[in-house]
Design a protein around this ligand. Structure first.
Ligand SMILES: Cc1cc2nc3c(=O)[nH]c(=O)nc-3n(C[C@H](O)[C@H](O)[C@H](O)COP(=O)(O)O)c2cc1C
Length: 225
């Protein structure tokens, strides 16, 4: 397999990868996808992966504002779970978002979870990849396109090479492996790209980061003329 990292650097560091599971309903088809993806990420030398299942994060419908945030350096939020959620997301160096397609987009709960990362800039300057799936032939591609747009606004770096799984209910064999070899190949490419971007951005963040654009623009407008 193509190696993304020079021999000398291998094993030098691993990135904390958060795999966010975007469907929460009983009988969800993501339970076909996530065991395989968990094995795949665990096998990749670049990552220390953790599954972050939105079922375990019953976030309230987003309702934050400057009054609930309080101190921007240590935000309080409207509910302790929102604070914990922001802290959890902040732990990641890289992300994979696993999403079904609901009405040509993502589940409302997943969008709510992304919106709830508010004022902490926890996704900022970190790469994010997507695994989409659907019952039909589209394989979640429209959900992935929407997520790429959404994550630009979080100042994350959405990557190009993702995994698309059509007809999800027949996409895995009895061992839980994908039936279509394209799925495996796409996952390897995605993980290698994510590892490359994660290493590059970790290095860049360690060298120093600009303050978030929105804060710099506010500061520029508030400065005496
Ligand atoms: C509310 C809702 C909307 C859906 N919209 C789409 C859609 O736009 N495109 C599509 O291909 N499948 C759509 N589906 C089918 C889902 O892709 C399929 O049910 C899949 O199993 C959902 O993932 P989950 O079971 O893990 O929640 C929709 C399903 C639901 C429940």
């Amino acid at each position: 397999m193509f190696s993304w990292r020079p021999e000398a650097d291998r094993g030098a560091s691993v990135s904390k990868l958060l795999v966010i599971i975007g469907s929460t309903r009983p009988t969800r088809a993501v339970d076909l996808v996530s065991p395989w993806l968990t094995r795949r990420t665990a096998e990749h030398e670049a990552f220390d992966a953790e599954i972050v299942d939105l079922r375990d994060w019953p976030l309230p419908i987003f309702s934050e504002h400057f009054g609930t945030v309080g101190d921007f350096n240590d935000p309080t939020y409207s509910d302790p779970i929102v604070k914990a959620w922001n802290s959890k997301i902040k732990e990641g160096d890289a992300y994979i978002v696993v999403t079904p397609e609901y009405n040509h987009s993502v589940p409302g709960g997943l969008k709510n979870a992304i919106d709830s990362v508010y004022a902490s800039f926890a996704f900022r300057n970190k790469p994010v990849a997507f695994v989409g799936y659907a019952g039909g032939p589209g394989g979640g591609i429209r959900a992935i396109e929407h997520l790429a747009h959404v994550f630009i606004e979080t100042e994350a770096v959405p990557i190009r090479n993702n995994v698309v799984i059509p007809s999800v209910n027949s996409a895995f064999d009895e061992q839980g492996e994908p039936v279509d070899p394209v799925t495996k190949a796409a996952a390897d490419v995605m993980l290698d790209d994510l590892a490359w971007w994660s290493a590059a951005l970790e290095k860049a963040r360690a060298a120093g980061e600009l303050a978030p654009g929105i804060l710099r623009r506010q500061a520029a407008l508030a400065a005496p003329k």
